[in-house]
Write a protein that binds this ligand. Structure first.
Ligand SMILES: Cc1ncc(COP(=O)(O)O)c(C=O)c1O
Ligand SMILES: [Zn+2]
Length: 453
């Protein structure tokens, strides 16, 4: 395994608000002058001539696909020239990334977008997109010789952090809201050995306590305010463009929760353009659940000038976030790429999830906001017929089986204000059929299904 520092990977930290360039970050990864977030930048990339040769980079990255080296086999570390330098001896990898890009033929017919694909980040080692950022940030914790790492989470970050901490021989502390978190995700952090604390609050309450904690204890913060997370998550966009032979799609659509993922993908798009790896920018659009829509409201009501925190509520628990940390970063990439922001209802999310499932792909509820958002963006004319669209599916179907089973049994909206609206999703439901154990009953069920197909 090798990583060498070259002119390309010389990186600096910079505050996104006051542009201060500290030599190192404080425990909470916030600017010590103004309190805003830090990001990495690469001075060599904007020099003339640029430090990197785009054609050479593309062929180097491709050549690593046949390597037996663990770092080359990772879909994150394979692109290490695009990331700050971390010495190989600190790299913790589960061969993350390398996620498939699928066509969605049924969803394409339903939306009228013929060229519709999904990059399935749920096909990562712990089954969510978080692994791409976590491999990199956990490695930086290892480099910093931290004994403990910690995060506040709606479930996927904690699952991912716990796995990478275990692989790197570090202890992990998880703060999650009690209730409103899927059992699948909770079971992961338990199995990977984390100290898992379910706090009687929501995600935003967990974040507040964790921020206090890292100021008092030598614990390494692994939430997405950590700029190493953002760097690792950039690679999803690079890998996507490589899969598309470096021909950018017209649109990329992502779910928005804490807004780290959209910031990372947007950062990668802008940097790829700076390095002349691509010549044109896809429009990056961000979709929120209507009950957890502070960013949508910030953009639509306040022109992005401020963000009002809210108490979030959605069954898509992964994005049940009312005070997104990275909203300014996300706003910048939304504006720079000319993307749009949308919100979708609970029923629209549930229907879109079943439609993605019917294409044989499946995802967790938070990921399905992308398809639901695409339908709205089609209706508003923002996405035009003939344009190409890539949805970023962020988590695996099996992360939240409760939601799926309730949906197909027709129970998901029972007793909720959406019960009437949800009636329209009936044709998408495939409840299990309980039958007597005889051949005749099975054949009758088969014939009935055939008549309805
Ligand atoms: C499955 C899933 N989708 C989307 C998101 C939102 O990503 P972000 O918080 O980076 O906006 C999350 C965050 O936890 C998630 O777990
Ligand atoms: Zn600052």
């Amino acid at each position: 395994m090798s990583t060498t520092q070259t002119a390309e990977t010389v990186s600096r930290l910079r505050c996104i608000a006051c542009a201060a360039t500290p030599d190192s970050a404080a425990q909470d990864f916030r600017c010590t002058l103004c309190g805003d977030l830090l990001e990495f930048f690469f001075p060599g990339w904007t020099s003339t001539p640029p430090a990197a040769d785009p054609a050479a980079l593309k062929s180097l990255w491709l050549s690593r696909c046949t390597s037996r080296d663990a770092l080359d086999q990772s879909g994150v570390w394979r692109f290490r020239e695009f990331l700050p330098h971390i010495p190989a001896e600190h790299a913790i990898t589960l061969r993350e990334g390398n996620t498939p890009l699928y066509r969605l033929p049924r969803c394409a017919r339903a939306t009228g977008i013929e060229n519709l694909q999904a990059k399935h980040q749920g096909m990562n080692p712990t089954a969510s997109f978080k692994d791409t950022g976590m491999t990199f940030a956990a490695s930086s914790a290892h480099q910093g010789k931290f004994k403990w790492v910690a995060c506040a989470s709606t479930g996927n970050t904690s699952a991912s952090m716990a796995a990478y901490a275990a692989r790197g021989n570090m202890h992990s502390l998880v703060l999650i809201p009690e209730g409103k978190i899927s059992w699948g995700k909770l079971s992961q952090s338990l199995d990977y050995g984390a100290l898992t604390c379910q706090l009687r609050t929501d995600f935003d309450g967990c974040v507040r306590i964790l921020n206090e904690l890292v100021r008092q204890k030598p614990v390494y913060l692994l939430n997405s305010v950590n700029p190493y997370r953002i760097e690792g998550q950039k690679t999803a966009a690079i890998e996507l463009l490589e899969q598309l032979a470096w021909e950018p799609p017209d649109h990329i659509i992502v779910p928005g929760g804490n807004l780290g993922n959209s910031s990372a993908i947007g950062k990668a798009l802008l940097e790829m353009r700076d390095l002349k790896l691509i010549w044109r920018l896809p429009k990056l659009s961000i979709i929120q659940a209507q009950g957890a829509n502070p960013f949508y409201r910030s953009v639509r009501e306040f022109g992005g000038k401020k963000l009002e925190a809210m108490t979030a509520d959605t069954m898509a628990t992964a994005i049940r976030i009312g005070n997104p940390a990275s909203w300014k970063k996300a706003l910048r990439v939304l504006q720079a790429t000319g993307g749009e922001v949308e919100q979708v209802t609970e029923v629209e999310i549930a229907a879109a999830k079943a439609e993605i499932g019917a294409d044989g792909i499946g995802c967790e509820p938070a990921s399905a906001v992308t398809l639901a958002g695409l339908k709205k963006l089609r209706r508003s004319g923002f996405v035009k017929l003939g344009e190409s669209v890539v949805l970023i599916l962020t988590g695996h179907l099996l992360k939240d089986p409760d939601f799926t089973i309730k949906f197909h049994r027709g129970d998901l909206f029972t007793g909720t204000p959406q019960e009437t609206e949800a009636a329209q999703t009936k044709p998408l439901q495939r409840a299990p059929v309980v039958l007597d154990a005889n051949l005749g009953a099975v054949i009758a069920a088969l014939d009935a299904a055939e008549r309805n197909s």
